[in-house]
Design a protein around this ligand. Structure first.
Ligand code: 6A9
Length: 726
């Protein structure tokens, strides 16, 4: 729990199942391999309910915020712990509640015997506050429970080191002695062992921690009360908290149904809960980040820190990629704009505020030490010529469609407009292609010897096959289609504001012109839309031959590397790689409904040899030369076969669109729409049921979730597929 502040005081929970070894849980770590955790309900503002399944126990955590006063009001947390299965011998559990500062504010502990009863404090944005750790009760809150108490006061170099500080203070010299039970030793924080802080450096973070150790099942509540909240109707604990929670649950259910109509569409309760969890996890995973990217620009020799700033954003995966990604965000906001348009507007404004004077927005937002701690060094640097698909236009288009467009929405658009224009022009100028109305992603991998196909991280489709030899002659189909979308939305925004819109419209019309599109990107011989560039199909990875020098012993020779061999020299031509890129004129609905190309795309999509699977559309056709090929020895296929949900969402949306327009392919589109939609929903739900999570991508041969988890970024778009909202 933290306010949106650059240097926030934070409150949180760690837990520890008492066993021979102390395994402390704190932040979301994929390597912990929990059987399941995530938000089941979360409205993004006032309330949330989370379930965490750890081995042997289940934790349910719930919070409610109650507005009041001048500092954001009160909040309460409730944690209920149960053994995983009834009848299991009750393990001893420690819940560790903490509060910590991050360079500003004060905290004052109030201890009775060994129990930290409460913390009073102040901070810039929260004013005065009081946090109370209530005594544990039975699971239903009726009676008090026996427990042992410990507490810790310590210093930490920063919030990202809190886990280490707590871990290093653990000692098992403590004894749990409930009346009538056998005594048990347990691990607890030990103030005597707390780190003194780093010498010569003012310790950044002040930590206070309350540990309660007891048997299951049990419940513990914590209340935060804001000093400026004068007329509090009573503390938000016990029965009062239960009542508030129940009210929020009912309101959430109703709002969810009003927004997505899943009950009306006949989805059974189990599938509705799945969809609620997907939405809730995207909302609950949102973060407020603060700091600066490290940027390499063409104007300077060395990387420089970008100006410091905040970013309020959703994230692809809280456990694995807990930071903002530009093109992911456009997809996230497609979902959130339907749930809470005001929240979406705020997020989009945050992103546009990250633009530099030239119109560039860094693709990946790695803003502070905490974020940097989770990123390998080679990914930290952001290059100021690197683009990423401008999907925020997708989100904006959705916001323009939302009902209730009043003066506030208009003035919001007006304030956005100059930045939108600058951003749009940045793409037009810096990512221009070799011919008018063509485009090219800058910043492809240059090292053509070590990669089977040099990657195009900026496109978002990383290792999707492109021209084998990057060159200025390349024309990238996906970027061209994104620019058609961007032009159309710019025109719409300008029209709404009474600003000159003709140039955006003209650009949109040219980019939508099917004849020009075919001239630049239809590969007649391949029978598909394609990229164009300096390309050879005949490439492969082979072990380098090792030549022993005279007298050189074999064991001194390094293991031969895998290097790329080009068996036929590259030439300017279309790139034969049937998959998501070839579908773009369809995905972004640029094709006329009577275009014969629409017919061939639908055919390729439905072909099981090519793109169709029972679980969704695969990223690259099985018939494509680089299908499921490694890019290097240690770089497995990523966008070369597996099923990705953002692209499948666009595909279902496009099928829905073409099914609604009269034309020779209307029936076919309608049939595919039903089938693809049903396949996606069934597989994601099944994977969620079986594995406990939504995943980054799905295997095209088994449908199994793979990559990182929980991934409730764009995979959560399954909610919109269920709701038929495109
Ligand atoms: C790796 C290793 C703990 C890759 O969802 C975010 C992005 C997408 O924008 C992109 O389209 N993902 C997709 O191809 C994840 C990128 C993560 C890169 C950093 C760090 C983690 O170590």
């Amino acid at each position: 729990m933290r306010p949106r502040s650059p240097r926030p005081p934070v409150a949180g929970l760690m837990w520890l199942r008492q066993a021979a070894e102390a395994r402390l849980r704190h932040t979301c770590e994929q390597s912990d391999g929990l059987p399941g955790y995530g938000w089941l309900l979360h409205d993004g503002l006032r309330f949330g309910a989370q379930e965490i399944r750890d081995r042997g126990l289940t934790l349910r955590t719930e919070f409610v915020k109650r507005p009041g006063g001048e500092h954001g009001g009160d909040w309460s947390w409730r944690v209920t712990a149960r053994p995983e299965s009834a009848g299991e011998q009750s393990p001893l559990l420690s819940l560790l509640f903490y509060v910590a500062t991050d360079g500003q504010g004060t905290l004052q502990p109030h201890v009775e015997d060994t129990r930290l009863v409460s913390v009073t404090g102040t901070s810039e944005e929260l004013g005065r506050f009081n946090i109370t750790f209530h005594k544990p009760t039975t699971e239903t809150g009726e009676a008090l429970r026996y427990a042992s108490y410990n507490h810790l006061e310590a210093r930490s170099p920063g919030l990202h080191r809190l886990t280490d500080v707590v871990k290093s203070s653990l000692s098992n010299r403590f004894v749990y002695a409930a009346p009538g039970e056998a005594k048990r030793r347990y691990f607890a924080v030990d103030t005597d062992r707390a780190l003194p802080g780093e010498p010569g450096q003012a310790p950044h973070s002040h930590l206070l921690l309350h540990q309660v150790t007891l048997t299951l099942p049990c419940r513990v509540e914590v209340t935060f009360e804001s000093g400026s909240f004068a007329e509090r109707p009573g503390s938000l604990v016990g029965a009062a908290l239960s009542q508030e929670l129940a009210g929020h649950v009912a309101a959430f259910e109703q709002r969810f149904e009003e927004t997505f109509s899943l009950a009306r569409k006949g989805f059974p309760p189990q599938q509705r809960r799945f969809a609620q969890a997907a939405l809730s996890n995207m909302l609950g995973g949102m973060g407020y980040f603060h700091g600066s990217s490290v940027v390499q620009s063409a104007h300077s020799q060395h990387p420089l820190p970008y100006p410091e700033g905040p970013l309020f954003t959703a994230v692809p995966s809280r456990s694995f990629f807990p930071r903002g990604f530009l093109w992911d965000e456009g997809f996230h906001q497609l979902l959130l704009a339907r749930w809470d348009p005001a929240l979406s507007r705020e997020v989009i404004a945050h992103w546009l505020d990250l633009m530099n004077a030239e119109g560039w927005i860094p693709r990946e937002q790695i803003l502070d030490d905490e974020a940097r701690a989770k990123v390998p060094p080679e990914f930290i640097l952001q290059h100021s010529e690197a683009a990423n698909p401008p999907t925020l236009f997708l989100a904006l288009r959705q916001l323009l469609r939302e009902p209730g467009q009043g003066p506030a929405e208009l003035s919001y658009l007006r304030s956005l407009f100059p930045r939108l224009h600058t951003w749009y022009e940045w793409y037009n100028t810096t990512q221009a292609g070799p011919l008018p109305y063509t485009f090219r992603w800058r910043g492809r991998d240059q090292d053509t010897d070590l990669f089977l196909n040099p990657k195009t991280l900026t496109s978002g489709l990383d290792d999707y096959p492109r021209a084998s030899h990057p060159s200025p002659a390349e024309r990238h189909l996906d970027l061209r289609c994104w620019m058609a979308l961007a032009s159309g939305v710019m025109a719409q925004v300008a029209e709404r504001l009474g600003e000159p819109a003709a140039e955006y419209r003209r650009m949109e019309q040219v980019l939508r012109d099917n004849a020009l599109l075919e001239q630049q990107h239809w590969a007649a011989q391949l029978g598909m839309f394609a990229d164009y560039g300096n390309h050879s199909q005949a490439v492969g990875l082979e072990r380098e031959k090792v030549v022993l020098g005279p007298g050189q012993p074999r064991h001194q020779v390094p293991t031969p590397r895998l290097v790329r061999v080009v068996r036929k020299p590259p030439q300017l031509q279309f790139v034969g790689a049937l998959g998501y890129v070839s579908l773009f004129p369809f995905l972004l609905q640029l094709l006329r409904p009577d275009s014969p190309r629409l017919g061939s795309i639908l055919g390729d999509m439905r072909s099981e040899q090519k793109l169709w699977t029972p679980y969704g559309l695969r990223s690259l056709a099985r018939t494509s030369p680089l299908y499921m090929k490694h890019n290097t020895e240690h770089d497995p296929p990523y966008w070369r076969g597996p099923i990705w949900i953002n692209m499948n969402y666009l595909a279902v949306g496009a099928l829905h669109h073409y099914a609604s327009l009269e034309g020779p392919y209307q029936q076919q589109a309608a049939a595919l729409y039903q089938e693809l939609r049903a396949n996606l929903i069934a597989n994601l739900h099944r994977q969620y049921r079986e594995s406990g999570y939504l995943w980054e991508q799905y295997s095209d041969s088994t449908g199994k979730g793979q990559g990182c988890y929980p991934f409730t970024g764009w995979s959560a778009l399954v909610v919109l597929v269920m709701a038929e909202e495109y």
